[in-house]
Ligand binder design. Structure first.
Ligand SMILES: Cc1ncc(COP(=O)(O)O)c(C=O)c1O
Length: 483
């Protein structure tokens, strides 16, 4: 039973080694670990333990927790997770998180964080340099892409309607509107509502066959809104959509923004990380033309949650949108950098940058160059398999590491195809070994797989391909749907 919170050195070390041993075993298992328990063992009920009045033996509780979390958990870090944009965390990232928890640097103000703040700003600079912004940028770490996108829209409002920061959106004197593709992330709807301009202010522009925003439709929508007295102020282009990984034509959209004096925010939560690759940087050509960018290191850069980043070429607007004077803020005498709280929605702030900084210090950018190249190659291999398959076909081009595919239509209705996809996903995920999903793209059901773990290799793809073949055969054999 542990009453006080202090432990002696021997206990601290014993518990620490115990945890590291558990994490080590877990990491050793990830290449072959099932993503989750088989379907019949899954349960989604609540836990009903009473609030502990008195504590228990720490080694025992910690040991039990580790076992339960591993035995009953859902393992996003597993090599067979072909899932959403959640990576296997780098081990240096895990260690950095532990150090951050222990030191608990308070990033709200420079005066109380100093080196931690400098490390954060350095990490932001490294990313900005990869974007192509040598100087004159600002930015900060966020809790993820949602907060970064929210911040990007707040910047766009701050730039276009500076009075609105104090006077509110009613002072704008008209309805502000912004644009994103039909495939853009739902955090934009949420942000538009929370920023007070309303979710309907977000115009969804139709996409072309590659699921990219159609620039001519964008041009037309802006003109129509202007003619109707509304006030366009921002376009959000996506670099790596959640469904399909498609990248909007950033150069064409930047040109439209320049002609119409609109803020360009690039939601590169997933895809902007490709700037870390010299070989593939062209996939996000034009990203440097953005006014602000969202990039989430906790996606393709494989650091543990949470780490998003908002970057902008207009550091003054960042302060205009976020800084509030408070007499209790400690001042850093002689500081040449803005306090973090002046450029962020957050006040007390965790150091979300150390895990990327440490990963880069230990492995270097070239490790990301190699990772991105390898994952793009694995994706191309999977696409070739789909194209050769007798049962499946591609549903959309794969620009990054996401593949949208479908059963061959063979005259089936969209409802039949959706039903087949549902059965296939159930079959593939039934034993818990691997995970894929289905989604809806352009109104049609598609199967979705993504290469996201740095542990995923050819043999994992082969396992998935075999599982898909078995699943499709089982679905038709059981006559669940017309073959
Ligand atoms: C394109 C895109 N933008 C934003 C987000 C939101 O990021 P987060 O989950 O880190 O808040 C996601 C999440 O998947 C995304 O795919």
């Amino acid at each position: 039973m542990a009453m006080g919170f202090e432990f002696d050195s021997a206990t601290r070390r014993k518990l620490g080694y115990q945890l590291i041993d558990q994490i080590d075993q877990y990491y050793a298992s990830l290449e072959d670990r099932a993503v989750q328990v088989p379907v019949e063992q899954r349960s989604y009920g609540t836990l009903n333990n009473p609030l502990p009045e008195l504590g228990e033996d720490p080694a025992q509780v910690l040991g039990e927790l580790c076992h339960e979390m591993v035995d009953k958990g859902f393992h996003v870090p597993a090599a067979n997770y072909f899932g959403l944009m959640n990576p296997t965390p780098t081990y240096m990232g895990v260690l950095a998180e532990t150090l951050v928890s222990a030191l608990n640097p308070q990033l709200a103000t420079l005066a109380r964080s100093q080196l931690a703040s400098k490390i954060e700003l350095e990490t932001v600079r490294w990313i900005a340099e990869r974007v192509g912004w040598g100087s004159g940028f600002g930015g900060t770490f966020t809790s993820g892409g949602n907060e970064a996108n929210f911040s990007g829209l707040a910047l766009a409002i701050g730039q276009h309607f500076p009075g609105a920061v104090d006077e509110g959106v009613s002072s704008i004197g008209g309805q502000p509107v912004l644009y994103a593709s039909a495939e853009a992330h739902h955090s934009l709807d949420k942000s538009a509502g929370l920023l007070g301009i309303g979710r309907k202010a977000l115009r969804r522009v139709t996409t072309n066959g590659s699921l990219q925003m159609d620039p001519s439709q964008l041009d037309r929508a802006i003109a129509q809104d202007r003619d109707s007295g509304r006030i366009p102020f921002c376009v959000v282009a996506t670099a790596g959509t959640t469904n399909s990984g498609s990248v909007d034509d950033l150069v064409a959209i930047a040109d439209i923004c320049r002609r119409n004096t609109l803020w360009l925010h690039v939601d590169g939560a997933f895809g902007a990380s490709v700037v870390f690759s010299d070989k593939h940087r062209d996939l996000v050509r034009g990203i440097e033309l953005a006014d602000s960018i969202t990039i989430d290191p906790h996606k393709w850069l494989a650091v543990p949650f949470a780490a998003g980043v908002i970057l902008t070429r207009h550091p003054k607007v960042l302060e205009q949108a976020f800084s509030v004077a408070s007499p209790y803020m400690p001042k850093a005498t002689g500081a040449r950098l803005p306090d973090n709280s002046r450029v962020s929605m957050q006040w007390t702030r965790r150091m979300n940058s150390m895990k990327l900084w440490l990963t880069l210090r230990v492995h270097g950018r070239r490790a990301y160059e190699e990772l991105i190249d390898r994952q793009l190659q694995l994706t191309r291999d999977f696409v070739s398999w789909v194209e050769r398959s007798t049962e499946f076909e591609m549903a959309a081009p794969a620009m990054l590491t996401i593949v949208n595919f479908m059963v061959k239509s063979r005259g089936r209705s969209p409802e039949q195809i959706a039903a087949i996809h549902g059965y296939i996903v159930d079959e593939v995920t039934r034993d818990g070994q691997r995970w894929i999903s289905e989604t809806v793209v352009n109104g049609c059901s598609v199967l979705r797989m993504m290469v996201i773990s740095y542990l995923t290799r050819e043999r994992h793809l082969e396992g998935l391909q075999n599982s898909l073949k078995t699943a499709v055969a089982a679905v038709f054999a059981a006559k669940k749907v017309k073959a």
